[in-house]
Design a protein. Sequence first.
Length: 74
Amino acid sequence: MSDYRKILGNNVRERRLAAGMSQEQLGLEAGIDRTYISGIERGVRNPSLDLIVRIAAQLESTPAKLLAAPGEPT
């Protein structure tokens, strides 16, 4: 079984950096504290589906794409 927290964290970080956003910017736009974004990216937080949806919207992505392992179809 994959560690979906790590996968989510890596995908959020990659998409955030590609969008040229800081953790602070993403947090402000998604209504989440910067430290929580950091925890998600490090794979130590287990965000709710609601938070994943809000983050995906700010990154112009989808929850499915944020949760997909590399090479996994979305």
